[in-house]
Write a protein that binds this ligand. Sequence first.
Ligand code: CMC
Length: 432
Amino acid sequence: MTIKRYELKNLQTNDILTLDAHEGSIGPDVIDISGLYAKEGAFTFDPGFVATASCESKITFIDGEKGVLMYRGYPVGQLAEHSNFLEVAALLLYGELPTRSQLDAFTHSIMHHTMINETLLRFFNGFHYDAHPMAMVSGVVGSMSAFYHDSTDISNPEHREIFAHRIIAKIPTVAAAAYKHSIGQPFIYPRNDLDYCGNLLNMFFAVPCDDYEIDPIAAEALDLLFILHADHEQNCSTSTVRLAGSSGANPYAAIAAGVSALWGPAHGGANEAVLRMLETIGTTADIPRFIKKAKDKDDPFRLMGFGHRVYKNYDPRATIIRKMCHKVLERIGDNDNPLFELALKLEEMALNDDYFVEKKLYPNVDFYSGIIYEALGIPKSMFTVMFAIARTVGWVAHWQEMIADPGGRIGRPRQLYTGPTERDYVAVDQRV
Ligand code: CMC
């Protein structure tokens, strides 16, 4: 890492403080302010972490201005075209594309650890039928920390490896159990002879009393979505996993924290919100009214699936997913899908509107993904769960990177305190 230097001038004292800046392999300089408080007695202020690099990482790179996303240096478009989800998972976890034998061994390991402890399955009966699946998944993943005690010594690399394989193998099973519980159908056990997405579709849609044939286009579409959702550097849920994990917490508990963070509509919950928004808009004739609402500062309505903290250009994932929408809808004979037509028109109109142009608001990964999920028969309440299955790989890769770092410390930000200064306690009867 090359070191550059920046100077910070204190305008009261005219003192100049020299700050080192780290230069990544690509991306902007990162000014190291870790010694600032010790030297100057000052903190930095960056609500929402707009200009703060919380850690050093070798996993994923985004250039938001150019609309570039790379996993371990490979452009996501190339991976979407040539790779598959488990190969991408191995890449994210281990840093290199696996050889044939490494990939076979990794795939075999994941596909042979898909069952969850039977007791965990019974947890679902404790949830009401209308519990949101994200609540069930977060709860059950957190509960996994009460199982698998053979592999939770986080200082042991072998234990960390077993954990990584277990959670990636079992998260689809947990997700499918949440779905089956929500519709009152019997749980379908995983099948190790299927591939990752084929097995997931089977657990979702098979029933004990009938045959279920996996549609290869459905499995291909799901695999593509999972590649595109697998990681996205220090986003809200990944930062949550890192922060929770930095205390040395049980890794399943850290992943459960990530699931909870992902659920919000500003993050992974946007895919569910987009479809609900499209249904509310209803017709292309009503789009201008909703664009007007999105621009109105006094109206809380926002165009869901639009805008991104990092991308100030097309989200490369949205473009790939839009293409896949055409393929999936054609396959199921739904070329004129009204929600897709509406989404295309909404994108076109928003991108021709000064407000969206000036603020550089483009469709993000969540804008089109729900159209595919819906076409595959996946209910809206499960959309964010699908995101969570894929993102589990990124969470685990980041958790592994953080725990393996010998210089790792607990995450503990400071604050700009604006509350009362010191005052004396007043007895309850003397308060006015
Ligand atoms: N519709 C209307 N206006 C918007 C939108 C939108 N979707 N997104 C941002 N803006 C405006 C916002 O009002 C603000 O205007 P002003 O500068 O006048 O105050 C400006 O654009 C900048 O927005 P911000 O909220 O300060 O930006 P942020 O980086 O804090 O938030 C975001 C990013 C993704 C939360 C936000 O764009 C948003 O709420 N989008 C809709 C929800 C969504 O699609 N989320 C999925 C994100 S991608 C996948 C993921 O992270 O999981």
